[in-house]
Design a protein around this ligand. Structure first.
Ligand SMILES: Nc1nc2c(ncn2[C@@H]2O[C@H](COP(=O)(O)OP(=O)(O)OP(=O)(O)O)[C@@H](O)[C@H]2O)c(=O)[nH]1
Ligand SMILES: [Mg+2]
Length: 261
């Protein structure tokens, strides 16, 4: 009984196949090629759109040592005030918003996705979650308490600048010298030079180690030359800010350069 049914189904299928073949044969070849062409070009177009979408990220990652002022800056960007930035953050602070200074252009602009990753060493691995989608990284430095923090800041920065997710995609990095409202704040130029010197020292010691332990994903700078940020394949620039007084125009400029409206 079953065999008969299978046989019937086979005949039915054969009939359908024949009908389909006749149908295709009836279509003039030009029409057929055009149809195939349209389908193929649509697929290619969709693929291009997908690729393009992936490269136009709107994520800006705020990073730097604990106490450098990332959370203050986050709220300045979002609300134009520095509330809630008084305690050490235990979780990344995340939000998609139109920058406070651009609120009058709401609706016309693309929101920026800002992530503030706490500087506490236990929470730093969180950075690896956000770096692959970053359109830009802001490394916040405390310009007042800079000298005692120069070494740990350089170590953290070194780690970021040698990450594959930053080097390969040439993610731009802004070294943001924060707290310039204080008269004792060091200048951005001074901080840049000190960081370069310290990274140069780190580079020498790390390359000596990394033959045995290849933990750094990429090496920094030009061998035999003193390290300078200009040697990085990605753009590394310096700027000044104050998350306390809301002097953040250079930060906003960096964001808008890398997250197209
Ligand atoms: N003078 C001055 N002080 C600031 C400024 N920004 C932050 N501070 C001070 O620095 C402290 C730390 O700022 P936060 O924004 O909480 O620091 P953070 O980088 O988020 O620190 P973690 O969350 O621990 O990684 C604040 O409590 C403020 O007292 C600034 O622009 N000027
Ligand atoms: Mg914080």
């Amino acid at each position: 009984m079953d065999k008969v049914k299978v046989e019937q189904l086979k005949i039915q299928m054969q009939q359908w196949l024949n009908e389909a073949e006749e149908f295709i044969n009836d279509i003039p070849p030009v029409q057929l090629y055009t149809a195939v062409g349209v389908v193929l070009s649509t697929l290619i177009l969709l693929l291009i759109i997908r690729l393009f979408k992936r490269t136009t990220s709107n994520t800006i990652v705020l990073t730097g040592l604990s106490g450098s002022g990332k959370t203050y800056l986050f709220y300045q960007l979002r609300d134009g005030s520095a509330h809630q930035g008084t305690v050490t953050s235990m979780e990344p602070n995340e939000g998609s918003f139109i920058l406070h200074s651009e609120e009058d252009k709401k609706g016309k602009l693309k929101p920026v996705h800002v992530v503030d990753v706490p500087g506490h060493s236990r929470l730093r691995p969180k950075l690896d979650e956000f770096l692959p989608q970053a359109a830009g990284v802001v490394f916040v430095v405390d310009s007042v308490e800079f000298l005692p923090n120069c070494r740990p800041a350089s170590e953290y920065l070194y780690e970021i600048l040698t990450k594959a997710s930053v080097v390969k995609k040439k993610v731009p990095v802004l070294l943001l010298c924060n707290k310039v409202d204080k008269v004792t704040a060091h200048t951005a130029e001074f901080i840049r030079k000190q960081l370069e010197k310290e990274i140069d020292k780190l580079r020498t010691s790390r390359t000596a180690v990394s033959d045995a332990d290849i933990s750094n994903e990429y090496t920094l700078g030009v061998p035999g030359e003193p390290f300078a940020f200009s040697q990085c394949h990605n753009r590394v620039i310096v700027a000044e800010a104050s998350g306390l007084t809301g002097e953040i125009s250079q930060l906003e400029k960096f964001i808008r350069e890398n997250v197209k409206p």
